[in-house]
Structures are given as C-alpha cells and as structure tokens.
Design a protein around this ligand. Structure first.
Ligand code: KG4
Ligand code: ZN
Length: 336
C-alpha cells in the first residue's frame, strides 16, 4: 500500500510517501520558520500564502524521491484539523483536487493522530493500545490510543501548551522563534535546581496541565531583574524551566498510566524532541517497568510521513472523505 501524506497545518509545507503503513519512501519538509522569525511567531496570512506557493513543488518532490507516480498510489492523506484555518485549507483543497484528478481515495487525518503515528514509523513492533503524551506548540494531551484510529483524551492543557510555554519564555529570554530548541541547548550548560519555579497543577482533573502560571512567573522574574538592573543566569533559568516542564509532563503521564492500567507509554509532538522531556519520561517509565516509545528526532516536528502513516491506518479502517471535506481549526480527537 502506497499513501501520499500532505501536511500544511502551521508553518511547514510537507509531503511524504509511506509504503505499507510504516516505511518512509520520501519525506519533504519546506519550513517557513525564517520568515516568521522576524515577527516572533507564525503569521497565519503569510503561512497560507507560502503553503500555496510551495505545495505543488513539495508534493512533486516527495513523489519523485519515492520513485512513484500518482497512478501507483492507494490514497491521498491530508491534515484537515486542527491548525491555522487558512493554512489547512491550502492542503485540503490541494489534496481534494489531486484525489479527484487521479481517482484515488481522499483520507482525512487529524494532526495529533499524525504525531502519535511517528512512533509507528520509529518502532516497527509498536501496536495499540497504549498511553501517549502529545506535547506540541498547540497541544499538551495525555491520550489513550485505543486502536490505530480510536482515541480518548484523559488529560489536556487548560491554557498554554508546553511548546507555547517554552516559546514564550524563550522569547522573554531573548531567543529567536521558535525558542523551545534554544532553551533545550542553553539548559545543557545550566543547573536545573538553581532557580525555583512554581510547579503548575490544576484542580478538577489530576491529569490536566496548566502552563500559563509558569510562563508568567518566568516573564515576571526577567522583568523584575531588568528593573533592578540585576542579571538572571540564562542557562540556569533554561535548565530550571525545562526540568519543571519535563517533570510535570512526566508525573501526570505516569500517574495516568498507573490509574488506567497502561504498561506501554509513548511520547509525540514537537516537544518530544526536547532532551529533558525525553530523558525524564524514559527514566520514569524504566523505573515503573513500563515499555517506553518515542519518535526519532527527525520525526518530532511537523512532517508529511506522520500524515501518510496515520492515513494508511485510516484507509485500512475505512476512514475516507468525500468531496465535501473541509478544514477545521479546532477539533477534539474524540470527534474524529
Ligand atoms: O508539533 P510541532 O512541530 O507543531 C505543532 O503542532 O504545534 O511543535 C512545535 C513546538 C514549538 O513550540 C517548538 O518550540 C517545540 O515544539 N520544540 C521544542 C523543541 N523542539 C521543538 N521544545 C522544546 N525543546 C525542543 N528541543
Ligand atoms: Zn504538530
């Protein structure tokens, strides 16, 4: 089975061909980061225009590098939710027209399900059910992966996502967008116990997250230091922030696994590239005797292979879209 996957939900135009669900034949990612950097974040209008310019070239390159033509494909998978609506619409409209022109099934893919699928591409033996922590720029979810296509969200962020907290704190610390990776690098030379930061918790659901208080306390600390003319050690602050975020994500995930009886735990999303998060969750799982899975680093950020992989499982489960498929900016995984 050969599936073309198309991703355009944020600032990466990506396409990939995946064979038999788990083998990547090609993966092309055209990132717009440089252009959005000067605004300190993604400008939706610019993102849509760049997707429109790049998508045909990216898809053509993905097909060429895989050595397949449109007629060889078994389906065309596309991210239809969640994300920036204008950005999603470019991918969805393109995929619809392509599917119509070559008479192939159109397969709708939820972006978060795509992130989870990066673990299938990395670990050939991984099969549901298991529990997955998905931490990205827009989401921090603890998800029961009941089957390849059925999900239940048991914990979610009440405000900022983990990646958003990394990025906003990084911006206040003077790092360019997206700052998560710069916090990661700076933290290698910092002391995680040097600065005490609040450990966020929320009332109501012990598996939910809240990162806005942590973000505010980092920003306030930097402003206060600036007003007093004192210095905050950037490396120590980065290390403290990273260890606090990694600690909270890990603690809630392990508690959820124990409460729900999962002994298989996975990690996914852009923040799964973070050294501290990878180490903390992997060590905690080892201590509990849980099997632990995480995507290879090159698959952590947005890419087309994750959409092609999840699209393959959707097709096998009979999940296809008709010509009325639309993009959706916000959509719970339980509604798919
Ligand atoms: O999944 P993703 O590529 O896009 C969304 O679906 O949101 O995630 C992007 C997020 C950004 O917030 C980025 O700063 C964060 O992932 N990120 C990291 C690292 N690499 C990417 N955060 C912390 N440490 C990293 N190494
Ligand atoms: Zn993503």
């Amino acid at each position: 089975m050969l599936i073309l996957g198309i991703e355009s939900s944020c600032d990466e135009t990506a396409a990939s061909v995946v064979k038999d669900c788990r083998t990547i034949l090609s993966s092309v990612v055209s990132t717009q980061i440089e252009e959005h950097r000067k605004y300190g974040g993604v400008v939706p209008e610019i993102a849509s225009r760049r997707h429109c310019e790049n998508i045909l070239g990216v898809v053509r390159q993905a097909l060429d590098e895989a050595g397949v033509s449109l007629s060889d494909l078994d389906g065309i998978a596309v991210t239809y939710a969640p994300g920036l609506i204008g950005a999603l619409l470019v991918g969805v409209s393109f995929a619809k027209a392509l599917a119509m022109s070559c008479g192939k099934p159109l397969i709708p893919v939820h972006h978060i399900a795509g992130h989870i699928a990066t673990n299938y591409l990395t670990h050939p033996t991984l099969e549901p059910p298991y529990l997955c922590l998905v931490a990205s720029g827009g989401h921090s979810h603890i998800i029961e992966v009941l089957s390849y296509t059925k999900f239940r969200v048991v914990g979610r962020t009440r405000d900022d996502a983990a990646g958003e907290c990394f990025d906003k704190c990084a911006r206040a610390m003077g790092f360019p967008y997206p700052g998560g990776v710069h916090i990661d690098k700076a933290s290698q030379s910092g002391d995680p116990s040097a600065i005490k930061l609040p450990r966020p918790s929320v009332a109501g659901n012990e598996f939910d997250f809240s990162f806005s208080g942590l973000k505010t306390s980092v920003i306030n600390m930097l402003h206060n230091a600036q007003q007093k003319g004192t210095e905050v050690n950037t490396n120590d602050l980065a290390a403290s922030l990273q260890s606090t975020i990694a600690g909270v994500l890990t603690e809630h995930t392990i508690n959820a696994a124990k409460a729900l009886g999962y002994r298989k735990v996975a990690l996914a999303g852009g923040v799964s590239a973070n050294t501290g998060v990878r180490a903390a969750l992997s060590e905690a799982c080892e201590k509990e005797g849980f099997e632990f899975f995480m995507p290879e680093k090159s698959l952590c950020g947005d890419n087309g292979a994750m959409i092609a992989c999840q699209g393959s499982y959707n097709l096998l489960a009979g999940i296809t879209a008709d010509e009325s498929l639309n993009a959706v900016a916000t959509l719970s995984m339980e509604e798919i």
